[in-house]
Design a protein around this ligand. Structure first.
Ligand SMILES: Cc1cc2nc3c(=O)[nH]c(=O)nc-3n(C[C@H](O)[C@H](O)[C@H](O)COP(=O)(O)O)c2cc1C
Length: 331
């Protein structure tokens, strides 16, 4: 783990109330998937290249038409207001200052049109029982400047969060606003239309066949994720299934990944497995709780700087140089 992220995590544990800390930190069931996520990245081993010109190392990329300074993005998480009084407004400022992109949760503390992110952002959608409400939110997100919609597909029901991690600290009692468990692939088209034609990525994909089905149904990309171990416990670690999804997608669309990424080295490994970009969720919440917008900027900036350093050591001067040949397959 990057030392700054470790400091933020420890300091946030001291500052947040125990309820809020458990809500952010926790996972579902016995927390097997949660516990495995970080370890799975550290199991990967590298085969660095030597004698490549790495005098300058670039971390910039273009993702669905948006130029970004870093492939380290801010993932969607509910209720940033529990971490900081300014909530997602502060997060959005920090993300923009890092030259990154924010995915704003449906369950944000600040209303979609009040975040006014100074940088590029995507809106994360849940299709709720009231489809009219979903369409209205997607239209508001598009009007407010969202450049894509991220449909979260792994929450037909809330995962089994035991004890304090089950507390619904986001406070959304309206039954119309619960996730609709009956939706299928047509939800991709529903969101594309409601948002006036924004690209729709599907988040929560852990299988190659699902990724292909999503693309065939019109998705513009997929996010390999097990929801930070908060949904189906014992869902596979994303580090272990990413390659299957990348193989299936075969370059047709961007593949993003999240879950337990805590350092530039983790990010290098994810990109070597074929991801185009990664998302961090809990590290951003801890950074926000400790340092507000500046904390978020520093968190994403530190991971990006570490990625740059590791790229140099691995003989890669651009993200395009990072490929599966960098990974060592143990005998
Ligand atoms: C407190 C919390 C709230 C979350 N809320 C959402 C959400 O509203 N929508 C969503 O798609 N994912 C949500 N997630 C899942 C994250 O986007 C992400 O998939 C997961 O946390 C993995 O990243 P991490 O290990 O960096 O935290 C949430 C995660 C946490 C920890």
């Amino acid at each position: 783990m990057h030392p700054l992220l470790a400091t933020h995590a420890a300091e946030a544990a001291r500052r947040l109330t125990p309820d809020v800390h458990r809500y952010f930190a926790g996972g579902a069931g016995d927390q097997v998937s949660l516990d495995e996520a970080e370890r799975a990245w550290s199991q990967l081993r590298l085969r660095p290249r030597v004698l490549r010109d790495v005098a300058t190392v670039e971390t910039g990329l273009e993702l669905l038409g948006t130029a970004l300074a870093t492939p380290v993005l801010c993932g969607p998480a509910a209720a940033h207001g529990l971490a900081h009084p300014e909530g997602e407004v502060a997060t959005a400022r920090g993300v923009a200052e890092a030259g990154s992109l924010m995915v704003l949760s449906t369950r944000s503390s600040v209303a979609i049109d009040e975040v006014r992110a100074p940088g590029p952002w995507w809106w994360q959608a849940y299709v709720v029982l009231d489809h009219g409400l979903t369409r209205e939110r997607a239209a508001r997100a598009a009007d407010a400047g969202a450049r894509a919609v991220v449909l979260t597909g792994d929450v037909p029901y809330l995962g089994a969060r035991h004890g304090a991690t089950r507390l619904d600290l986001t406070g959304r009692p309206d039954p119309r606003d619960r996730q609709d468990p009956s939706i299928g692939l047509e939800a991709i088209d529903l969101l594309a239309r409601a948002s006036g034609g924004l690209p729709v990525l599907v988040k929560g994909v852990l299988r190659g066949d699902d990724a292909l089905a999503c693309l065939d149904a019109g998705a513009a990309g997929v996010v390999v994720s097990n929801h930070g171990g908060r949904q189906l416990d014992r869902a596979a670690a994303t580090a272990e299934v990413l390659a299957e999804v990348v193989d299936a997608v075969d370059g047709r669309a961007p593949v993003l990944v999240d879950g337990g990424l805590r350092s530039g080295l983790d990010v290098l490994c994810a990109l070597a497995l074929g991801a185009d970009a990664v998302l961090l969720a809990r590290p951003v919440l801890w950074a926000l709780a400790v340092g507000g917008a500046d904390g978020v900027r520093d968190c994403l900036g530190a991971v990006t700087e570490e990625l740059r350093h590791c790229m140099g050591l691995a003989g890669c001067s651009r993200l395009a140089d990072i490929g599966p040949d960098l990974l060592h397959r143990r005998p």
